[in-house]
Design a protein around this ligand. Structure first.
Ligand code: SF4
Length: 470
C-alpha cells in the first residue's frame, strides 16, 4: 500500500490541545473527567497511555466512573468476536448515561473502529456515539475534540491513506516501574485467521534513535521492566542506519538497549517463528538484561494446517528453533499461543499439536478455540468440525498442559530467583513478583518492596509453590 511517513507530533495538534484546554477551563469548574477503557492486547494498552497523555495535556483528569465521566473513550480490539460483542454491549449501556447528561462525549477507537462494517454499524445504530477514530489517526485526538466542542457534527475518521509513525505523542504511563515501549507497528504477515494487518496496516518500524531515547528516559524514570512491543516485534528493522552505516535489526536493537546503564529487565512481544533468527537467540543469551523468556506462538503442530494459516514455518522448523534456543539458554522459559479447531483441522492434526506440546514442555500456553473474523481468508474456509467437538479437543489440550505445568513446577523447588516485586499477594502480608523467566511467585513481605528486585528461595507449602525472601 502506501508509503510510510515519519513525523514529529504535529505542531497543529499542540495548538488544538491548547484550545481544548482553554475551552475546558471555561466549560467546567474543575478539571473535566475522562474515562479510557482498554480492550485487547498490550499494543492497545500502550496506545491508551498515549491517548491519556494527550487528554492530560488538554486539561482532563481521569475517572473509572462512567456516570461521573465527561468523556468516555473505548479503545477496542478486533481480534476475537467475544471482545467485539463486549464492546457493543458496553457501548449500548452508555445510552442511559448520555440521556442523563447529553454533554457527555462518547468515543470509540482502536482496531474495531478501523473496520468499515463496525464504523457503519456505530453510525447507524449508536447515534449517541460522538466520535470514532481509527488506529492511524489516533494522534489527532486534540483536533477531534476541538471539532466536537465547536461544531455540531459527529466525527468518524478512519483514514489509512498514509502510514504514519508519529514520535513524541504525549504519554501518561499506567505503571511506574513496568512499562511498554512500542518499537514497530502493523504487520505484513497476513496469517489467514488474523485481522491485524487490515486494521493496523503494514509494518512500520520506529527510528532506533527514538527508541533508545525513550528507553533511556524510562530507565531514568525508574522503570525496572521494559517490554518492547510490536505485532511482529522480531521483524523490526530501523528505517535509519547506525552512525557507522550498519542496519539495525531486532537483535542489534536488543544489544543497544542492553547497553543502557541501569538495573532493569528487557522483555519483548510478540515474536514470529519465521523471524526468530539465531542472531536473536544469541543476543538473548548474551544480554544480561534481556529476560530469558521467549513467547513464540506456534498456533498448530500440523504443517498442513500451518500452511493453511499462512504461517510460513513448519512443525520441524519450529522444533529445530526451540532445540537451538534451549541449547543456547538451558533455563529459557518458552510460552506459546495455540489455536484449536482451525477450519479444516482434523483430530489427527490436533494430535500433532498435542505431541508438540508434550515435546517442548512449555512454561505456559495461551489457548483459543478458532474464532472466525469477517474479512479474513479463514472466514471463507470450510469448517466442518462442530464447536462442541473443538471444545473436547481444547479440554484435552488443557489437561496435557496442566500436567506439564505441575511437572515444571516441581523442578523449581529449592531454587533461588531474583524477582521484580510487582503486585500484592493473594493473602494479607504477602507480595508477588516475576522471575526473568516470567514465573510468578508469592512471598511474605510488605508493600515497601513494590517495584524493587528481591531474591527469594522457592519451597512447597500446602501443595503450592511459594517463596521466601533470603
Ligand atoms: S503475525 Fe499473523 S497473527 Fe500476528 S499480527 Fe501478523 S497476521 Fe496477525
Amino acid at each position: 500500500m502506501n508509503e510510510v511517513v515519519f513525523n514529529r507530533y504535529p505542531k497543529e495538534q499542540n495548538e488544538y490541545s491548547a484550545l481544548v484546554k482553554e475551552i475546558n477551563k471555561q466549560k467546567f469548574k474543575t478539571e473535566p473527567l475522562a474515562m479510557v477503557v482498554t480492550y485487547g492486547c498490550q499494543q492497545n494498552v500502550s496506545d491508551s497511555e498515549r491517548i491519556k497523555g494527550m487528554l492530560l495535556q488538554m486539561g482532563f483528569d481521569f475517572t473509572e466512573d462512567a456516570e461521573a465521566a465527561d468523556l468516555i473513550i473505548f479503545n477496542t480490539c478486533a481480534v476475537r468476536e467475544h471482545a467485539e460483542d463486549r464492546v457493543f454491549g458496553n457501548v449500548g449501556a452508555l445510552k442511559h448515561y448520555k440521556r442523563r447528561n447529553p454533554n457527555k462525549i462518547i468515543g470509540i477507537c482502536g482496531c474495531m473502529a478501523q473496520q468499515e462494517i463496525v464504523k457503519e454499524r456505530i453510525r447507524k445504530s449508536y447515534p449517541y456515539v460522538d466520535l470514532l477514530f481509527g488506529t492511524h489517526v489516533q494522534y489527532r485526538l486534540p483536533e477531534f475534540l476541538y471539532r466536537l466542542y465547536t461544531g455540531n457534527e459527529r466525527i468518524f475518521e478512519t483514514s489509512m491513506e498514509q502510514s504514519v509513525v508519529v514520535e513524541d505523542v504525549p504519554i501518561k504511563r499506567d505503571g511506574t516501574f513496568k512499562g511498554w515501549l512500542p518499537i514497530m507497528y502493523g504487520c505484513n504477515n497476513f496469517c489467514t485467521y488474523c485481522i491485524v494487518p487490515y486494521v493496523r496496516g503494514r509494518e512500520r518500524s520506529r527510528d532506533y534513535t527514538e527508541i533508545l531515547k525513550e528507553a533511556r528516559q524510562m530507565v531514568k524514570d525508574g522503570f525496572k521492566d521494559i517490554t518492547l512491543l510490536g505485532q511482529n516485534v522480531n521483524s523490526y528493522r530501523s528505517p535509519v542506519l547506525s552512525d557507522s552505516g550498519e542496519e539495525i535489526d531486532f537483535p542489534r536493537l536488543l544489544r543497544m538497549i542492553n547497553d543502557i546503564p541501569g538495573d532493569f529487565r528487557i522483555r519483548f512481544m510478540t515474536s514470529h517463528p519465521k523471524d526468530c533468527s539465531e542472531q536473536l537467540l544469541l543476543a538473548m543469551r548474551d544480554c544480561e538484561k534481556v529476560a530469558k523468556h521467549l513467547h513464540l506462538p506456534f498456533q498448530c503442530g500440523s504443517t498442513r494446517v500451518l500452511e493453511k494459516m499462512n504461517r510460513r514455518y513448519t512443525r520441524e522448523g519450529y522444533l529445530k528453533l526451540i532445540k537451538t534456543a534451549k541449547e543456547l539458554m538451558p533455563n529459557l522459559s518458552i510460552t506459546s499461543d495455540i489455536i484449536v479447531g482451525f477450519p479444516g483441522e482434523t483430530y489427527e492434526d490436533f494430535l500433532q499439536t498435542l505431541s508438540l506440546v508434550k515435546e517442548v514442555k512449555f512454561s505456559a500456553l495461551f489457548t483459543f478455540i478458532f474464532s472466525s473474523r469477517p474479512g479474513t481468508p479463514a472466514a471463507q474456509m470450510e469448517d466442518p468440525i462442530s464447536r462442541e467437538e473443538k471444545g473436547k479437543w481444547f479440554r484435552e489440550l488443557l489437561k496435557v498442559q496442566e500436567d506439564i505445568s505441575k511437572e515444571n513446577e516441581t523442578k523449581l523447588v529449592g531454587k533461588t530467583f531474583r524477582l521484580l516485586c510487582d503486585d500484592y499477594g493473594r493473602k494479607e502480608g504477602y507480595m508477588a513478583g516475576h522471575t526473568d523467566t516470567n514465573i510468578c511467585l508469592e512471598f511474605e513481605g510488605d508493600s515497601s518492596l513494590l517495584g524493587t528486585f528481591v531474591v527469594v528461595e522457592t519451597e512447597y507449602v500446602d501443595n503450592c509453590l511459594t517463596a521466601k525472601l533470603i
